[in-house]
Design a protein around this ligand. Structure first.
Ligand code: 2HG
Ligand code: ZN
Length: 464
């Protein structure tokens, strides 16, 4: 193994001074995730400011056989950006590559470097009368490189798709330092392989994303937001069906919140839902550039009450009220982390099996650990649930995780809908994924990263 001093000396020869952090205090914030659940050590942290510099770093690390760990806004929930504890890996933070290279409002696209903060890109789009439709609670810190590398989902997937659906072009640096410039701005491009897909959602394990061209959409001028209580998840699914029929393609978010998730928000942030408690709450948003949305939305609410699908509800009468309703949803993760040690399960399921899954999960959890507290919420509109569990004692954590994932697997679901495998779910992916699929993934990894230096231990297993 190459020693730390040797790594630092070699990198100092290829990057500009000031680009390398070696002091343990300076490195600290790159070595643990924001929830402090994953901790690592690094030989050093490098902060390149150009694609050429990223390429030089990779070429140098490849020659030494030293692993690199790309690091974005550090908002991940699966430990994908945290190095191992060998102190032999190099963290590459792309935070200095933070230029918006171009924005074309007519062609509906933005060209941004990996370190651009998502919110900065959203604001640039908004200023041009357009919208970058990736909406996640961590958008104030998450970066373009990070959302591409993890294929971020979020609140508006129902209407606009995952990050993958918005990527038109990519610039990547391969394991040997080769720069591949695929910053195409085309909506239609069937000229052979769509190779950029290999780098979206693979957490830097096949190559490093240094810039992306993302699709924008026209900014809707009107939005309608409501919160309703429902008694059961089946009723919530019926209401989703009704909303798809009545407000149609304008439906932008359809979020499920358990009463306990909102109770944590109340306890830790003093924020309370303005409606009577049901077992479940729904936060529904529709948006359109055409007028008439309010009327259609009111009709939806009226029908929901007439058909006894909703037990109480409120339609936001102002932007401030709409934002206050959304604040309840956006504080859930933070409230959960204040409530104690929590395990994340980020699952997606066929819509019709969600109610039975939640019921069986509740019974199974009770049987394993009666003190464990479920914290369930998620993006019902696209079948993604966060089935988190707050634990006072972690002895049963692994059994709980395997039980949840088994319940998901038997229903044809996925053990990671949007957060990725990172280092957190890799063993579970190995356990539950058929051999042929694992071998295909291994083949791609060995082909693109023969020395296994790209974010090892994350997203894809090492050589099987
Ligand atoms: C969300 O939906 C995020 O708010 C975080 O995906 C979910 O905290 C979580 O588990
Ligand atoms: Zn989510």
């Amino acid at each position: 193994m190459t020693g730390r001093d040797q790594i630092i000396a070699a990198l100092s020869g290829v990057v500009t001074p000031g680009c390398i952090l070696t002091d343990s205090g300076d490195m600290q914030r790159y070595l643990t995730d924001w929830r402090r659940q994953f901790h690592g050590k690094a030989a050093c942290v490098v902060r390149p400011s150009s694609t050429g510099e990223v390429a030089d770093i990779l070429r140098c690390c490849a020659e030494m056989n030293v692993a690199v760990v790309p690091h974005g806004g550090n908002t991940g929930l699966a430990g994908g950006a945290i190095p191992d504890d060998s102190a032999g890996q190099v963290v590459i933070s792309l935070e200095r590559m933070n230029r918006i290279r171009a924005l074309d409002a007519t062609a509906l696209l933005i060209e941004a470097e990996a370190g651009v903060i998502l919110q900065t890109a959203q604001e640039a789009a908004r200023a041009a009368g357009r919208k970058l439709p990736v909406s996640i609670a961590s958008e104030g810190s998450a970066t373009i490189g990070g959302i591409v590398a993890t294929n971020a989902g979020g609140l508006n997937v129902l209407r606009y798709g995952m990050t993958r659906d918005l990527v038109l072009g990519l610039e990547v640096v391969l394991a040997d330092g080769t720069i591949v410039n695929g910053m195409r701005k085309l909506r239609k491009n069937n000229a052979g392989q769509d190779w950029k897909q290999l780098f979206i959602g693979t957490e830097g394990s096949l190559g490093l994303v240094t810039a992306a061209v993302l699709r924008l959409v026209p900014k809707p001028r009107h939005r309608a937001v409501a919160m309703v209580s429902v008694e059961s998840v089946d009723q919530a699914v019926s209401l989703l069906d009704m909303a798809l029929t009545s407000v149609g393609e304008t439906l932008t978010a359809f979020e499920l919140l358990s009463a306990s998730a909102l109770a944590h928000v109340k306890r830790h942030f003093g924020k309370e839902a303005p409606i009577r408690q049901g077992n479940w709450f729904l936060l529904i948003e529709a948006a359109s550039s055409l007028s008439g949305l309010d009327r259609a939305f009111e009709d939806l609410m009226t029908t929901a009450f007439e058909q006894a699908l909703a037990t109480d509800g409120v339609v936001a009468a102002s932007e401030a009220q709409a934002n206050a309703l959304w604040a309840l949803r956006e504080h859930i993760t933070e409230a959960e982390s204040r409530a104690g040690y929590s395990m994340k399960h980020d699952v997606s399921l066929p819509l019709r099996s969600i109610a039975s899954f939640i019921e069986e999960f509740g019974m199974a959890l009770d049987a394993i650990d009666p003190h464990a507290a479920p914290n369930v919420f998620g993006h019902l509109g696209d079948g993604n649930l966060h089935v988190n569990v707050i634990l006072s004692d972690t002895a049963k954590a692994q059994v709980i995780m395997q039980t949840v994932h088994d319940l998901v697997a038997t229903r044809g679901g996925s053990i990671s809908a949007e957060h990725g495998l990172g280092q957190y779910r890799l063993d579970e992916w190995m356990r539950l994924t058929p051999r042929a699929e694992r071998e295909l993934v291994g083949l791609l990894k060995r082909t693109l990263d023969p020395r296994a230096i790209l974010n090892p231990g994350k997203a894809v297993p090492g050589n099987e």
